[in-house]
Design a protein around this ligand. Structure first.
Ligand code: CDP
Ligand code: CDP
Length: 230
């Protein structure tokens, strides 16, 4: 009897969730579901269609109607929205600054959580990253890991990435953006960012990607072994 494995990876921006999730997915042959990309897609559509960030029914309509697909690519995974590749377009600082406002609305969250659970249900083995995966989306996940790192380290990591995409701001600009986003994500009333009571908390400030990946993989294997021997 083979257990279906669901891994929940949560934590603040720049903690390494998506990079580690992609590696774990490759190693364990799991589907990677990027829940943050779904919130980013709604934000991207709102900007494009001039829907205000306070317009909850308007945002809900966009969330409900959007057709989102995760497409495997050489860099791990791309995002296709209504047939268009938006992998890079949803990662701009503009989308990053507005996405927590969109993610604050109950209707938007309910709609996206339903889509996330549906994907997890259909996809067999799944690693999903986000903010509320262990606490809310997949409360029965096999393994829950909450990745953190100091704000300083996270801002440096994200700054390097943005510079590669042509960003000209400083590390402290990025730090300010990340800090604001963490505050809103941590304080919202519905499904705020926080570790589940049964999550393993991992500070990645001084860890390389392959070390974090190895830890998540071994947690997963230990859990699977446990389930089999019971
Ligand atoms: O990659 P990064 O950590 O910068 O962010 P992300 O995972 O793409 O998520 C972007 C934003 O979406 C977060 O800052 C949250 O506001 C929202 N989000 C959420 O509310 N719940 C999730 N499960 C995932 C993302
Ligand atoms: O998804 P999240 O926002 O949590 O972080 P990420 O996008 O996976 O990681 C942000 C950047 O930090 C990427 O460029 C990673 O390669 C880098 N990183 C790192 O250098 N060391 C780690 N232990 C984790 C991530």
């Amino acid at each position: 009897r083979e257990e279906i494995v669901k891994i929940a990876l949560d934590g603040p921006a720049g903690a390494g969730k998506s990079t580690v999730a992609k590696e774990v997915a490759k190693k364990l042959q799991m589907t990677y579901v990027d829940s943050g990309a779904m919130y980013r897609c709604v934000t991207f559509l709102a900007i494009k269609n001039h829907v205000a960030m306070q317009d909850e029914p308007g945002l809900f309509k966009l969330a409900k109607a959007m057709q989102l697909m995760f497409i495997p690519s050489e860099h791990g995974q791309g995002v296709q929205l209504d047939g268009v590749d938006v992998t890079d377009a949803i990662r701009t600082p503009e989308v990053g600054a507005l996405v927590p406002l969109v993610a604050n609305h109950a209707l938007v969250r309910e709609c996206l959580v339903e889509k996330q659970r549906e994907i997890a249900h259909t996809a067999y083995h799944v690693v999903m990253d986000g903010r509320d995966i262990g606490t809310h989306v997949l409360p029965d996940a096999t393994v829950k890991v909450y990745l953190t790192a100091t704000l300083d380290v996270r801002a440096k990591r994200r700054h390097e990435e943005l510079v590669r995409q042509g960003f000209t701001g400083t590390v402290s600009d990025v730090m300010k953006l990340l800090h604001e986003r963490d505050e809103i994500d941590g304080r919202r009333e519905i499904a705020p960012m926080r570790p589940a009571s049964d999550a393993v908390i991992l500070d990645t400030s001084c860890l390389a990607i392959h070390e974090v990946t190895a830890m998540v993989v071994s947690l997963c294997q230990a859990r699977m072994h446990n389930e089999v021997s019971h």
